[in-house]
Write a protein that binds this ligand. Structure first.
Ligand SMILES: C=CC1=C(C)c2cc3[nH]c(cc4nc(cc5[nH]c(cc1n2)c(C)c5CCC(=O)O)C(CCC(=O)O)=C4C)c(C)c3C=C
Ligand code: FES
Ligand code: FE2
Length: 417
């Protein structure tokens, strides 16, 4: 059980802190929806509307949703490969884990803030895009989560109801919200998107995958984008400013990313190298002002995971006399159980040095970050590329047919752009 620091609790308990202005997206029922006119080039020359679809794992908005969230997560063979027994073992593992994880979400205020932040970030990004990319306006924000509402299938249905596809054609951009690509995260979301595309717009479903179906392109990674780097760097500088000037340059910066099982690393997953690229770019922007390390958190289960673990790193540095430490969550763009619970309550809370071990803010509603998202999207829309060059290459030890089909599908979209 996490040791609680009285000074931190009001901050974590204040769930209302995450209450953001309601956006119009994802809130209407399909039944009340009238179909928009066909998507065509208008008199202004705009090729819009363009659907901007944020992909992410999602999280339970309330503790009641934890069971379903974990059940979907443990059923995902791209994340936790359990072979032919997946549909039996997955639900057993998730049911056993649910009470513990429910308690963690309860301790951070009752749920994950990821949906609110994703909807907010996307709505704000689309407002900027309408101005800086008028040729693809209007931009319509959608969120497609892998394990929690709004699920990929519901969002796809919503897009069809809104007039994309269904014989109308139209353009959609799948924009992963994982800055660094892993086959277990972005890869899983793209596989899921391809499955629903196949089911809802496949040959037997009107669209026929042809002219009248949605044309998809993908922003599959953006680990060293200058705007992302700038947003991280500013948050680190703000945290460093809390230390006395004479100690400031010796504060150790600990970049912390969700770990990967060694089986995934050894398959040749791109994520560890791309996380390191983000860290390197941020440190270059900070002119290497401080000593730093990259460590890995949140391993689950008994198998071997990429290390060093964040919790051990903090403990060992404190034992070596480095008590001024700043943790920087570098592989996720909003707060979640791993920042609010694992870093704040467990790692920092139990360090015995909560006054000198601190955490940089997550990006959340940071306007520098939202500008960066708009910049990445604008560059993508102007590039005429269906996906990055890197997307086409499978991991050296990949044996998955799902990866083959998905990569083939997204590459095929190039001819339609
Ligand atoms: C870049 C981020 C992430 C990677 C890579 C990643 C890989 C990965 N995760 C699991 C297993 C679990 N992850 C869980 C929660 C969770 N994972 C991430 C991010 C990455 N995971 C986040 C942000 C969250 C929390 C979501 C939120 O609160 O909003 C969980 C559920 C929680 C728990 O039971 O501890 C599991 C399980 C694996 C196996 C894996 C790589 C293969
Ligand atoms: S697991 Fe990486 S491409 Fe298939
Ligand atoms: Fe995870």
């Amino acid at each position: 059980m996490a040791h609680r620091i009285p000074g931190r609790l009001p901050k974590l308990g204040a769930w209302s802190r995450f209450a953001l202005p309601q956006t119009s997206i994802q809130t209407r029922s399909l039944a009340t929806h009238t179909q928009a006119p066909p998507v065509t080039q208008d008199a202004t020359g705009s090729k819009g509307p363009t659907a901007m679809v944020f992909l992410n794992m999602g999280g339970p908005s309330t503790t009641d949703e934890v069971g379903d969230f974990l059940s979907r997560l443990f059923s995902d063979g791209d994340l936790i490969p359990l072979g032919r027994l997946q549909s039996y073992i997955g639900p057993l593992l998730s049911a056993r884990r649910t009470p513990k994880i429910q308690k963690q979400y309860s301790d951070i205020g009752g749920g994950s803030p990821i949906r609110k932040w994703s909807e907010y970030q996307n709505a704000e990004m689309c407002k900027i895009l309408d101005k800086i990319s008028p040729e693809t306006a209007p931009h319509k924000p959608y969120v497609a989560f892998r394990y929690a509402a709004p699920l990929t299938e519901d969002t796809y249905q919503q897009m069809l109801a809104d007039g994309f596809g269904n014989g109308n054609g139209g353009r959609a951009v799948a924009f992963t919200q994982y800055p660094q690509y892993s086959c277990s995260t972005t890869g899983s979301s793209l596989n899921e998107l391809w499955r629903w595309r196949h089911r809802l717009e496949g040959k037997n479903n009107g669209g026929g995958g042809g002219e009248g179906s949605i044309t998809w392109s993908v922003i599959d990674r953006w680990p060293a984008h200058r705007g992302l780097v700038e947003a991280f760097a500013q948050n680190i500088e703000a945290k460093l400013a809390e230390y006395p000037e004479e100690r400031r340059n010796d504060v150790v910066l600990l970049f912390s990313a969700h770990s990967l099982p060694m089986s995934v690393v050894n398959r040749g997953d791109p994520y560890p190298a791309e996380v390191a690229a983000t860290v390197h770019a941020v440190m270059q922007r900070l002119k290497l002002s401080n000593p730093y390390r990259l460590c890995w958190q949140s391993q689950v289960g008994p198998s071997a995971w990429l290390g060093p673990q964040t919790s051990d790193t903090v403990e060992n540095y404190i034992a070596k006399g480095h008590k001024d430490l700043v943790l920087i969550p570098i592989a996720f763009t909003s707060d979640h159980i791993e920042t609010l619970y694992e870093l704040d309550l467990e790692v920092i809370g139990e360090s015995g040095h909560a006054d000198t071990v601190k955490r940089a803010d997550s990006l959340n509603g940071n306007p520098v970050f939202i500008e960066a998202l708009a910049d990445i999207a604008k560059e993508h829309l102007a590039s005429g590329q269906a996906c990055s060059h890197q997307m086409g290459l499978r991991c050296p030890n990949c044996k998955s047919e799902r990866c083959t089909e998905t990569k083939k599908f997204f590459a095929s979209q190039q001819a339609r752009l």
